[in-house]
Design a protein around this ligand. Structure first.
Ligand SMILES: NC(=O)c1ccc[n+]([C@@H]2O[C@H](COP(=O)([O-])OP(=O)(O)OC[C@H]3O[C@@H](n4cnc5c(N)ncnc54)[C@H](O)[C@@H]3O)[C@@H](O)[C@H]2O)c1
Length: 261
């Protein structure tokens, strides 16, 4: 497959989980990929695998909550690849807490990583995408932007804001042929969720409960989000902008009688 030959991409949070799957999928379809992650070793391991498969990929340690570091990541990718056509703003953290329970520090942290990080990615990528004559931005929202889950006030706020920010950027940069879309995954088994299950009092019961919250009665796989990301990066989605593509197995549309248990 070489649907993405000629695309040069940055993927944030590409050291694990959904971001690693996206980096692998974009590279497999022919894109050049810069993987940014706060865990530089993890990003390095991912890009090593991509290079072993013949792709042009490199890693950068970056904290997306620090805009200057995001600027450096984007510049490094544009310099290395000669231009930049794509950024996937995927990095995010799951910080729990209800409206009353979340601490001010946790609130500030989840907004800084999940929301400021997405803004910074777009802020610094857009000039390069403009120079390339257009491009595609994919932001990582969540089904939690669309439906409420008790105990995730700050996280949900960031994901809802990403949907609005995506639309905003899509109208700002549409005239320059820069498409901006976001993905809203349901529950995907990644290190982020493995951590939640490890610390649950009854992990199996929680897994079964979450499975049944999806119309498809199961979790999703990172590869299933990666294929949706590849579509939004590719020219197959050339008339798609400002959309929030649900990759959620029906999580956000399941009515109260739809659960299996
Ligand atoms: N897993 C799910 O069920 C799910 C569902 C909906 C949305 N999402 C979203 O998908 C994205 C990826 O989630 P995941 O499950 O793969 O998470 P993960 O925790 O498995 O991986 C996230 C990656 O981001 C990196 N990261 C964390 N903070 C960073 C920072 N400040 N700067 C740079 N990199 C940083 C981590 O080191 C890690 O490699 C997140 O935005 C998350 O909110 C996940």
């Amino acid at each position: 497959m070489n649907r993405l030959t000629g695309k040069s991409c940055v993927v944030t949070g590409g050291g694990a989980g959904i971001g690693a799957a996206i980096a692998a999928r974009l590279a497999a379809e022919g894109a050049q990929v810069a993987v940014g992650d706060i865990d530089g070793d993890a990003a390095g391991r991912v890009t090593q695998q991509l290079r072993e498969r013949g792709s042009d990929a490199f890693a950068v340690q970056v904290d997306v909550s620090v805009p200057a570091q995001v600027s450096d990541l984007v510049s490094a990718a544009a310099e290395r690849f000669g231009r930049l056509t794509t950024i996937v703003n995927n990095a995010g953290v799951a910080v729990p807490g209800s409206v009353e329970d979340i601490s001010e520090n946790d609130w500030d942290r989840v907004l800084a990583v999940n929301l400021k990080g997405v803004w910074a990615g777009m802020r610094y990528a857009v000039p390069h995408l403009r120079s390339a004559g257009g491009g595609s931005i994919v932001n990582m929202a969540s089904a939690q932007a669309l439906v409420g889950f008790p105990g995730w006030a700050g996280y949900a706020a960031t994901k809802g804001a990403i949907v609005a920010l995506t639309q905003q950027a899509a109208v700002e940069y549409g005239p320059e042929q820069i498409r901006v879309n976001c993905l809203a995954p349901g529950t995907i088994m990644t290190p982020l969720n493995e951590q939640i299950f490890r610390t649950a009092p009854d992990p199996q019961a929680l897994i079964e409960d979450w499975n049944s919250a999806h119309a498809l009665q199961r979790f999703g796989e990172s590869d299933e989000v990666a294929s949706a990301a590849a579509f939004l990066v590719s020219d197959d989605s050339s008339f798609v902008t400002g959309t929030c593509l649900r990759v959620d197995g029906g999580l956000s549309i399941l009515g109260p009688t739809g659960r299996a248990n």
